[in-house]
Write a protein that binds this ligand. Sequence first.
Ligand code: ADP
Ligand code: MG
Length: 483
Amino acid sequence: MKKWKDTYDLVIGLEIHVQLDLFSKAFAPESNAAEAPANTLISPVSLALPGTLPVLNNSYLDAAIRLGLAFGSEIQEACFFDRKHYFYADLPKGYQITQDGAPFCKGGNILTFIDGRIRPVRLDHIHMEEDAGKSIHDLDPDHTLLDFNRAGTPLLEIVTTPDLKSPEEVSACIDAVQQMVQYLGISSANMEKGMLRCDCNVSLKPKGSDTLGTRCEIKNLNSKRHARKAIETEVHRQIAILDAGGEIEAMTMSYDAKSNKNLPIRDKETVHDYRYFPEPDLPVFYISKETIERNRRALPELPARYFGKFNEEFDLDPDQAVLFTNSLAEATFVSGFLSWGPDPKFLANIYVQKIRPWLAEKGWKTMLVKEKKPAIVKYCNLVENGQISASSGLQELLPAILENAAADVDELARKLGLLISADTGSMESDIHSLLTDFPAKVKAYQGGKKGLIGFFMGELMRRSSKKPDPVIAKSILEKMLSR
Ligand code: ADP
Ligand code: MG
């Protein structure tokens, strides 16, 4: 993979299709539930029976506007829908309602996290489109089965400029889209369930050239792994052609995971003239300033804001900041948690090491941690004041605090024998009785076997009721041994 990068630049543009978790379909009233027995969620509108008319679902438009605003795009004042025609068995209407001529939103940026930094990927536009039904080829040996539940489900298609340079960036960009729609609560964006799919447009150009090469499009990638593999495979295919002096032929392909190959989609129907024309059943519509502002007010704090907060305000390293930004629920919780009083970096560390895994185990019931705020703050103070050691605190006391509902932290620390004592008087008497118990070892030490200090320290720690401060204990021990 190294050498071709000296000769070519890889250029990738994405078309990401997100299926929205709305209550009803894009232009029809029936349920949009993701999982239901086949062909139970169909209305005459979705089947385009004569006399039916589509009506735009308002919550679909709201979700669309929110995503546009979240990416900093420009919401268009006037937009309309088009019909995109093709013939396929799972497309009962013979066309999809989409936006070709006047999408609702243009420009903006997907802010991706790459190598601990935010890198914007420019958007060309986002448009609204209803989905087709589903053809199922692998359930019956002789027939293709059709499920029309998906017909008419609301999609948003996010189209980037050819701005991406590597499969890693593609993956980060998909992550960012998933994260954003999850923050907005408009889609689970689960790729395994087909809630997010991605077309990758791939081309190569001579290194440093301003002119883009001819692109090939790999359709319908349903995992980040497949997207990465499909791009890598496509790069090698194109390099072989270009190195041999050939030209790339624009092509639409589909990735075959079994053979790890991109296969051209050959069927005549998709060598397309979609015969777009404005959808006559839906009038041109206008998005008012009020509608835009209403949706702007409904936006949560967005991932980049949280990242900035964690990285700059709390001065955490970028990897931690990215981790905490993961989901809206986690970001909200952590930003509250880091403000509890103790050093935010210290809090961030105990969160990553103990609290986060514990929460994951408890199904992210953050309330369980919030109600332990006084105990956790107390714990932090004990460590900060050197009353317990950071490592034994983390391994023993903090887990005990998490597991015990109404825990008195001092009491717990004492029970676990973790309180460090700087009481030199009691230390001296402990050491005195220790040395009396092991006269032979004391002799050996005094005779030169200085390694025995480890034995004495271990023994002292084991016997002492209050945990002695190891540094102080060692110095007293050495003094008393050399008497
Ligand atoms: P369509 O695929 O519907 O014909 P466009 O021509 O607008 O639509 O292109 C769609 C996608 O192709 C966009 O994501 C864009 O970034 C990408 N793209 C366009 N030109 C190139 C290129 N030369 N190399 C890689 N991707 C490209
Ligand atoms: Mg395309």
